[in-house]
Design a protein around this ligand. Structure first.
Ligand SMILES: Cc1cc2nc3c(=O)[nH]c(=O)nc-3n(C[C@H](O)[C@H](O)[C@H](O)COP(=O)(O)OP(=O)(O)OC[C@H]3O[C@@H](n4cnc5c(N)ncnc54)[C@H](O)[C@@H]3O)c2cc1C
Length: 533
């Protein structure tokens, strides 16, 4: 059993930034855990494009305008204002000064700002096309330099410890729900330990892996969302899952992102027979239509014609030298799996990319459970509304990770939340469980979830598809719950149980919301103002 002031679950940009801010108080004890053996591995590590800063031509008002426009009327203005006003200073303080990240500069030594879709001006800082990798390397190095942060790898949180649920006293039933840490599965010793904490921060990232096609790495299956849901937290905007139009569709490199810049440089989408199709869906913009329009167009072609993918031809529009120079990582990754993009078109599919909804938090990252915060992609500050503006998510993780830490420090200053003792919380009981988890079953069930989500809760939704998804997921959840209760724990089994729960949360939110908005598109959409049944 462990005991600490603050337990942070997840070591991506949001969790690491929170840990660094808290560690400035040398008396504060922090435990930072990640399920991965390598603490760098996370969605953060794979971010390509960059992170928002503020260029000379920019202003907070302009950024707020762009965020609200992308959010399709559902972004919270107060959250956009915080990001726009505080973001650049926090980026400088934590990433440039403390982390020492060297963002790209122009020949004159000035920060080189990139342009992305739906941004009014250039404002994106980057480190080549490996921005996330540079950021997480800097953050983890900084985390390791603080003696009051204990970084634990191969440590998978199973469930939050909450009162009254885990209390031994019946009268606690009448108290508000409060969090006191988590049960954590230690993969080194294959045992579940209690980690008791005065305050807990969920920073477990997104849920792309509940879909068949995704840009997210393994482990992004919504663990924090599921844990918070089981504990009774409020979840919002779960129907808003953002899809990226072009992820690589080659075995061995599935989900690798093919940047929008490839279409920006003249790349054209083709059916597998070689026919361009974007004009049909967007006569004005064709291949440069907004992300959601292109993703839905590709999905429609695939569904209507039974294609497993479509093609993206850049070889006919750029010379081999230009291509290798402009897209070195994409070129290298495709070569690794046997595709020479200077000669052949690239097989692509849309893929689940980002979760705009999440655990409801206030403007300081506090959830509806006492002493429990959520930051980064697992949370919903309201910033992204129904559709995320590109490159806002890394900054959101940084801003709310550090804001939550500051709020926690204030709380400790005025009245420190109570840390429980070992007698207050029952140990994890695995007695009688002898059967090891069957990986074939875990993989098979995971693929079933991914297929249901892809076909029925994907880019194009309808009441019938969503109802079918919910029926099938409920049946599967019963099976998985029995499996979970009768089998020894493993990281895969914990993830599977969370994946089916999260899939149901998304499907139910999507069925409940009959109005198409942002990245939630229903063929049976009601007009705004119709009465919801
Ligand atoms: C391919 C790709 C490209 C992207 N490009 C950009 C971009 O250019 N700009 C931008 O702003 N955003 C981008 N994004 C989105 C952005 O990367 C993420 O939204 C952001 O990194 C999320 O950070 P996070 O800290 O919330 O979560 P993550 O970085 O995903 O970290 C989650 C952490 O939680 C841990 N964890 C999960 N479950 C458990 C558990 N049960 N127990 C213990 N630990 C657990 C994980 O191991 C990990 O340490 C991109 C995403 C992808 C996938």
């Amino acid at each position: 059993m462990k005991s600490t002031d603050v337990l942070i679950i997840g070591a991506g940009i949001a969790g690491s930034a929170a840990a660094l801010r808290l560690a400035r108080n040398p008396n504060r004890r922090i435990i930072l855990i990640t399920r991965n053996p390598d603490p760098h591995e996370s969605n953060t590590r794979w971010a390509q494009g960059g992170i928002i800063h503020r260029s000379q031509e920019d202003s907070p008002e302009l950024l707020i305008h762009d965020i609200l426009a992308a959010g399709a009327g559902a972004s919270l203005p107060a959250a956009a204002q915080i990001l726009a006003e505080e973001g650049p200073a926090r980026l400088e303080e934590f990433l440039m000064q403390e982390g020492g990240v060297h963002f790209d500069r122009d020949t004159g030594g000035r920060l080189a700002y990139g342009q992305e879709a739906a941004h009014s001006v250039r404002r994106i800082l980057h480190v080549g096309d490996g921005t996330g990798q540079a950021i997480i390397k800097a953050l983890i190095t900084a985390v390791r330099s603080h003696p009051n942060i204990e970084l634990l790898t191969k440590a998978t949180a199973v469930d939050l410890i909450t009162y009254p649920h885990h209390s031994r006293k019946p009268l606690d039933t009448y108290q508000p729900i409060a969090c006191h840490g988590a049960y954590v599965f230690d993969r080194n010793g294959s045992a579940v330990h209690r980690t008791l904490a005065a305050v807990t921060i969920l920073a477990t990232g997104g849920l792309g892996r509940i879909y068949r096609n995704t840009t997210n790495p393994p482990g992004s299956q919504g663990d924090g969302l599921a844990m918070a849901h089981r504990a009774g937290a409020r979840i919002i905007n779960a129907e808003y899952v953002q899809f990226h139009p072009t992820a690589l569709a080659i075995p061995g490199a599935e989900g690798f992102l093919i940047s929008e810049a490839v279409r920006g440089e003249g790349g054209v989408l083709l059916t597998p027979e070689g026919t361009p199709f974007m004009e049909k869906y967007s006569p004005e913009w064709k291949d440069l239509a907004p992300r959601d329009v292109v993703a839905i167009a590709i999905h429609s072609e695939m569904e209507a014609n039974g294609y497993s993918h479509v093609l993206l031809d850049i070889a006919s529009h750029m010379s081999a030298n230009q291509l290798r120079e402009r897209f070195p990582n994409i070129y290298a990754e495709c070569m690794r799996v046997g595709l020479d993009i200077t000669r052949e078109p690239i097989p692509v599919v849309p893929a689940a990319h980002y979760f705009c909804g999440g655990v409801y938090v206030d403007l300081w990252g506090h959830t509806t459970i006492q002493n429990c915060y959520a930051v980064g992609e697992v949370s919903c500050t309201g910033l992204h509304g129904a559709n995320r503006l590109a490159s806002t998510s890394l900054l959101e993780g940084l801003v709310w990770g550090t804001r939550a830490a500051e709020h926690i420090e204030e709380t400790f200053r005025f009245s420190a939340p109570r840390t429980l003792s070992r007698d207050d919380v029952p140990p994890w009981d695995e007695s009688g469980l002898t059967q090891e988890a069957d990986n074939t079953l875990i993989q098979g069930d995971m693929q079933t979830i991914q297929n249901i989500m892809w076909h029925y809760v994907g880019l194009i939704r309808s009441g019938d598809r969503l109802s079918r998804a919910i029926r099938e997921l409920r049946h599967l959840q019963n099976e998985i719950e029995t499996f979970y209760r009768t089998t020894k724990l493993s990281d895969g089994l914990i993830g599977l149980r969370n994946a089916v729960e999260v899939a149901l949360i998304v499907a139910q939110a999507a069925r409940h919301n009959r109005q198409s908005r942002g990245c939630h598109y229903r063929t049976d959409s009601m007009a705004a103002g119709d009465r919801l049944l």
